[in-house]
Every structure is written in C-alpha cells, then in structure tokens.
Design a protein around this ligand. Structure first.
Ligand code: UDP
Ligand code: MG
Length: 329
C-alpha cells in the first residue's frame, strides 16, 4: 500500500526472535501490545522460537490462542538470532516490518516514532544504541573495536552500535529476501541494500528477565560472518604481508651476493639466529595467509552446499507456508 493512501490501513508485522525467554516473554508481549494499541495501523506479531528448550513454546502457544494476531514459528533447533530473524521476515506479510528482541532491551516505545518516519517517506528506520551503561565493559569494548575494524576493512558502511531493532518497508524486505546467503549479518546486508534510511538513537532498557542468549561463541561467529562476508580485506592483508617478506628475501639475497662479488664471502658468519628468524616469520605469514584463504574456502563450501538458513517446524498456523527457507543457487 502507498504511504499516502489514507483510505487503507497499512499492516505492520512485528518480528521477534526468541530463544529461552520464558521469563521475559509475557511481560514483553503485554508491553508491546499496550504500546501499539492506539496506533492507526493493523498489527500482527511473528514470534520465532529459535529452538527454545524452556517453556517458551508453551507460552507462545498460549499467546497465539489468546490473540489471533500472534503467530508462532518454531524452528527445529537453535539456528541463531540472525537465522531466526530471517525466518520471521520470510513468514511475515505486513506492508511494514519491524524487528525487535524479546527481552525488552529494544524499547517498544520507539515504534510510534519509527512509524512516523516511515509515513514521512523513509524506507528503513535504524536504531542506534547511545548509552550502553547497562552492558558489560567487555561487550561495549568488543562492540566498539568490532565496528571500527569492520568499517576500516569493508566497503559497506555499517553503523556502530546498530541494533537489529529496525523498521523496513515491504519493498526493502522483498529485496532482503532475495539475498539468500548462508552466513548472515543482517545489519550489513540492510546497509548494503541502500534505500532512504534514517537513524534514531535510543537508550537500551534493562533486560526484563533472564540473561543474555548471546554466548561468546555466538558473538565471535557473528563477528566472523560480518568480516568475512563483507570484505576481502583479510586476503589483501595476507597478500601485502606475503609481498613484504618476499621483497625482504630478495634484499637479503642481494646483500649476501654483494659479499661474494667483493670476494669477502668469509665475512659471512653462519647466521643461525637470523636464518631462524626469517624461517619463522615466513612460516608465520604463510600460515596466516593460508588460514585466511581456508576461512573463505570454508565459507564458499557452506554457501555451495545450499542448505536452508533455518528449518521451521510445521504448525497449524504456518502449515500453509513454506517450511524452510529456499535458497537459489
Ligand atoms: N536469540 C535467538 N537465538 C539465539 C540467541 C538469541 O533468537 O541463538 C534472541 C533472544 O531471545 C533475544 C534476541 O535474540 O530476543 C537477542 O538476544 P540477547 O538479548 O540474548 O542478546 P544481547 O542483547 O545480550 O546481545
Ligand atoms: Mg538483549
């Protein structure tokens, strides 16, 4: 529907990935429903249960029985936050989509402002954390270094402190759905798409209940997906290092030859330490370069396998929809 089309009420689909959020889910949904209650849009909710092992599935069933606007998509196991978001985007049918976390850290109170910006012509409304006082020093520090590095390495500018709390128009979502890569870093993919984008800063609220579901392992995996999917810089760094040491080796040969030419080869002391140094350095560079190449080969391997990003279980409400994300070769 057109933004200016006052005769029709646009549908807003809210996509929420959930993983073991039994304690936060109900208060979150109550707050969300209250916030959107008076807005002049028709809303529906797509909760994606990312293979939770606690009471999350039961709570979602109850919520969807009590409110027909609530849809629950259940993945067959834990596929991760980005895959869960993708599942939600694939299933949601609204004219406007908003994604946010189920733990209350993305304040639903921002939704009216996001929709106002959409109405005024923006295709994407991004949110940016401005005060991370609630987060640990480790999380803040690692996030700062990560975005600094990412924006130095890649060609796509990715907003530091960007959250997966954003609004997208139907057109943007359809374009995003065309990007079927396995290693997904949605913040970068949305930035890559372009479109009229506006950023609103927000102060994250404290988590409603429970603890972060982003383990260190998941954070490292997301960071790797971001770096290796958005830049070839590690390969270029490897190549530069390799070339540098190649030039160094040539200089060394010329230096040694100069002694032979002058007939003073006897001055060349058997340089065990310098030799070892060179061997180690060159060995190190080679292993690093090979490591980088190895990672890319691994990523290519996973892409060509063409596996779906997630597998959704069939349920009454989603039976008619495709059960897993198709990926075109
Ligand atoms: N989440 C998910 N799958 C995962 C990890 C997290 O769907 O494997 C959900 C989680 O339930 C929450 C959102 O993604 O709604 C963000 O996770 P979390 O709040 O734990 O991350 P943090 O805010 O600590 O970075
Ligand atoms: Mg959170």
């Amino acid at each position: 529907m057109n933004r200016g089309d006052a005769g029709q009420m646009a549908t807003v689909s809210i996509v929420i990935p959930v993983y073991n959020e039994e304690a936060a889910l109900e208060p979150f949904h109550t707050e969300l429903a209250k916030t959107i209650g008076s807005l002049p849009f028709s809303f529906d909710f797509y909760y994606v249960d990312d293979g939770s092992t606690d009471e999350t599935a039961g709570i979602l069933r109850r919520l969807s029985e009590a409110d027909s606007r609530v849809h629950a998509i259940r993945l067959s196991r834990n596929f991760g936050h980005q895959a869960a978001l993708t599942a939600g985007l694939d299933h949601a049918s609204g004219d406007i989509l908003i994604t946010l976390d189920a733990d209350g850290q993305h304040p639903p109170g921002l939704i009216p402002q996001m929709l106002d910006l959409y109405q005024s012509g923006c295709d994407i409304v991004l949110t940016q954390r401005i005060d991370e006082g609630e987060q640990s020093i480790f999380k803040r520090g690692s996030s700062a270094v990560f975005y600094w590095l990412l924006n130095r390495l890649g060609d796509t500018h990715i907003l530091p402190g960007a959250a997966d709390f954003r609004l997208m128009s139907r057109e943007v979502v359809d374009s995003l759905k065309g990007m079927r890569e396995y290693h997904r870093f949605l913040r970068g993919m949305v930035a890559w798409l372009g479109y009229r984008t506006v950023i609103i800063p927000y102060v994250p609220s404290p988590r409603i209940a429970g603890s972060s579901k982003y383990s260190l392992r998941k954070m490292v995996r997301l960071a790797m997906d971001a770096v290796f999917s958005f830049s070839l810089a590690p390969l270029q760094i490897g190549l530069t290092l390799g070339l540098f040491f190649f030039v160094l080796a040539i200089v060394e040969v010329i230096y040694v030859l100069s002694f032979w030419v002058r007939g003073r080869a006897d001055l060349l002391a058997p340089g065990w330490s310098s030799l070892m140094f060179m061997i180690l350095i060159v060995g190190g560079v080679l292993t690093t370069v090979l490591g980088f190449i190895g990672v890319y080969v691994g990523y290519i391997f996973q892409e060509v396998k063409g596996r779906p990003v997630y597998v959704a279980r069939k349920s009454e409400k989603t039976e008619s929809q495709e059960s897993s994300q198709e990926r075109k070769p």
